[in-house]
Design a binder for this molecule. Structure first.
Ligand code: ZN
Ligand code: ZN
Ligand code: ZN
Length: 347
């Protein structure tokens, strides 16, 4: 904070607060906010009725507010006369605007500038949590290889993915995309009532939260024998994905990892079909820094955890994606997802 010339950090909903305190604010109209002044004790302003859920910690003081109190005034008073405030990126606008009115001389800046470098580099315990979450969805991916897909709706397969993630130890499923046939050409297709047909290529992209840390994997299925076009396209995609994983070494820029997959797909005239970035950081949130995208010159550091997920999409026909979570380490990239990468032939 001193280096960034910040006087006070204010964190409300989102992952920054639990990262520092272990407590996750309820996303409600009642304000919860950690006020961390550079030279004073940190104080958690919290609704009185939520206060029992806060696990006391020597690193902050708990200050409950009662119905009828003004939590904005409490936060402004704790902040004192300040010049520069860093406020959590996900803070509700109504609270930010009220705080700006209560602190008219303060300059507000996104807390991400100081929280992102902390959160994006995972320590050993965090990598371990990500690895366990990854192995749990890997088990689900393996189980799905022997399950029937044809004749079922996408929504039915999606529900099965959710159930299996919970069975395998996730506390929460965050998404279970099932895109069959032409629906697979929409990368974030919502599983719907389309009945999966023989010959369909099916994208399954699923993840959740296990002990606070997120999983996210994509595996591809085909109902019955794949056509030559589907098999060849998948081989090119898998090649691009594995090249990008191998390229994700410490010091390589985020943009370069993206470019490696793009160049690999271009060898098969598939570059135009890959319309999104290759990946996103992952941790307490399913999408967080660093983003592996053209233009991001940030070099990968040991402890960065991110997805490598190239995809190719053919509107009206089908789509494919292959996704692993990878950690950059001093001895090279470690893929946390290790379930089979081939195109799974299902009934
Ligand atoms: Zn996605
Ligand atoms: Zn995904
Ligand atoms: Zn992802």
């Amino acid at each position: 904070m001193a280096a960034a010339k910040l006087d006070v950090l204010m964190l409300s909903v989102g992952a920054d607060l639990p990262y520092l305190t272990g407590y996750e604010a309820m996303p409600l109209e009642r304000l919860t906010m950690l006020v961390l002044a550079r030279d004073a004790a940190a104080t958690l302003v919290v609704p009185e009725l939520e206060a029992p859920r806060v696990v006391p910690d020597a690193s902050f003081v708990i200050r409950p507010w009662s119905e009828g109190d003004d939590p904005i005034a409490a936060v402004a008073e704790l902040a004192g006369p300040v010049a520069r405030v860093a406020i959590g990126d996900l803070t509700w606008t109504r609270f930010t605007l009220a705080l700006q009115a209560a602190l008219p001389d303060a300059h507000f800046t996104p807390a991400n500038t100081i929280m992102s470098p902390l959160r994006s580099v995972k320590d050993a315990a965090e990598v371990d949590a990500l690895r366990h979450a990854a192995r749990a969805v890997d088990a689900v991916a393996v189980e799905m290889r022997t399950r029937p897909f044809g004749g079922r709706t996408e929504a039915d397969v999606s529900r099965e993915l959710v159930d299996r993630m919970l069975e395998r130890g996730h506390q929460r499923a965050n998404f279970a995309i099932v895109g069959s046939g032409p629906n697979g050409a929409s990368p974030h297709h919502d599983a719907g009532d389309r009945v999966i047909q023989s010959g369909d290529v099916v994208v399954c992209d699923f993840g959740g939260t296990m002990n606070g840390y997120c999983s996210d994997t994509t595996r591809m299925f085909v109902v019955g024998t794949p056509t030559t076009e589907v098999a060849d396209t998948y081989a090119a995609l898998a090649e691009a994905q594995s090249r990008a994983v191998r390229a994700a070494t410490v010091g390589t820029s985020c943009a370069e990892v993206d470019a490696v997959a793009r160049r690999s797909l271009a060898e098969h005239d598939l570059a135009d079909a890959f319309m999104h970035r290759i990946g996103h950081g992952i941790g307490l949130e399913a999408h967080e820094d660093p983003y592996l995208v053209a233009g991001n010159s940030t070099p990968l550091a040991a402890g960065h955890a991110f997805s490598i997920e190239p995809g190719v999409y053919f509107p009206g026909r089908f789509g494919m994606r292959l996704e692993d979570i990878v950690v950059a380490t001093a001895v090279g990239p470690e893929s946390l997802n290790v379930s089979p990468h081939d195109l799974a032939v299902v009934e």
